[in-house]
Design a protein around this ligand. Structure first.
Ligand SMILES: [Mg+2]
Length: 377
């Protein structure tokens, strides 16, 4: 089997003024990403995603990959990550290269699944669970005054019992937001907080101490992702679980987090970390230090599908039957037609459960007419 065509499809959805999504660092209005569509001489179409703006993924794909991908056998998928570290030499591990590798890798696995008639999780080592627990990413900062509890109330009403909220703008504000979330969620639900790297270690430590009595399942990016010494410092100064990884690309960066257990949970984004092949390597590295894995998802429906296939294949190490916490997948609750409209059948997280697709490959069908509404080229 050979890849006969490969096309990068840049997509963007702009949120209207006043409806930007806020984290501790500010507001964003742009939901841009890139899909990759490949076709093979066996008649299969495969989809992947590079979670970077379309003009960058197009240029990166065309200058570094297009020539070698046309004619490639998709079964050689794992060679993509290996090649990316040596060719291009010195910058193969960068976000733009690894994101394009991610798209290619996911699209190849989609095609392999279709060729052999199996869902990707079976090809990654087998299904370990039939459903996954989606956690709702919600309670973003808003540009206009709105009741802060509204979005988390809607998530809980929809059946979510695991929720992640944005904090990170000051110790007292953090406590108010966490208190609100815990009141809505109740005592039993899992509550995660995301500081989006907006603190120095001393500030993060102070805030963590101030919210620790609300039973926080993890604190995400308490300090900037590149501040490895900051994570080490927080390790020593706090005892709330830490999580990071959405801004890491490839196994070597993840190894820095995993070595010495600087975090409790690594969060590879399937459309940036190098794809399913590299995520599997990262998960194996994590297991060597008994670090948890929970994919970060802020992607289109394609990246979400890849995260679900990946998470469904994760072993429950070190647990056998008595798994104290379920494997979760992030489910962003904000408006994003690139997640919902481009799939013939969008994923349904209501009831606090996500079914793992059992059809071949990613197990999704793309509505190509819907793509045209968000294409930027
Ligand atoms: Mg985050």
């Amino acid at each position: 089997m050979e890849i006969t065509t490969a096309e990068v499809i840049p997509l963007s959805h702009r949120l209207p003024d006043g409806h930007g999504l806020g984290d501790a660092r500010g507001f964003g209005h742009d939901r841009s990403t890139s899909l990759l569509r490949i076709e093979t001489d066996a008649g299969h179409v495969g989809w992947g995603e590079a979670f970077i703006p379309g003009d960058i993924s197009k240029a990166t794909f065309e200058s570094l990959f297009a020539d070698s991908v046309i004619g490639m056998d998709p079964f050689e998928v794992e060679s993509l990550a290996e090649r990316s570290y040596t060719d291009p030499y010195h910058f193969g591990g960068s976000v733009f290269v690894q994101s394009v590798v991610s798209a290619l890798d996911i699209a190849c696995w989609d095609v392999i699944g279709k060729e052999v008639g199996r869902p990707i999780h079976q090809l990654l080592g087998g299904r370990t669970r039939e459903t996954l627990v989606p956690y709702a990413s919600t309670m973003y900062f808003t540009e206009t005054d709105r009741p802060i509890a509204d979005p988390i109330e809607r998530a809980v009403d929809a059946g979510f019992d695991a929720v992640k909220i944005k904090i990170g703008t000051g110790v007292e504000a953090d406590r108010r937001r966490v208190r609100t979330a815990r009141e809505v969620l109740g005592d039993e639900g899992r509550l995660m907080v995301d500081m989006n790297g907006n603190y120095r270690p001393d500030q993060a430590a102070k805030s963590i101490r101030n919210i620790a009595d609300y039973d926080i399942a993890w604190v995400e990016e308490p300090v900037p992702p590149e501040n490895i010494a900051g994570y080490r410092e927080l390790r020593a100064r706090t005892d709330v679980p830490l999580a990071a990884g959405e801004a890491f690309y490839g196994r070597f960066e993840f190894k820095r987090l995993i070595d010495h257990r600087l975090v409790d949970v690594v969060q590879p984004n399937l459309a940036r970390c190098g794809g399913l092949s590299e995520a599997r390597t990262i998960a194996k590295l994590a297991s060597t230090e008994n670090v948890g894995v929970c994919p970060h998802v802020w992607n289109s429906g394609v990246g979400l599908a890849a995260a679900i296939q990946f998470a469904a294949s994760l072993p429950d190490y070190p647990h056998t039957r008595n798994v104290p916490e379920p494997t979760m997948v992030e489910f962003d609750r904000s408006e994003n037609p690139l997640r919902d409209e481009i799939l013939d059948t969008p994923f349904d997280p209501t009831g606090g459960s996500l079914a793992v697709p059992q059809r071949p490959g990613l197990g999704i069908d793309i509505d190509e007419a819907a793509l045209d509404r968000y294409r930027t080229d």
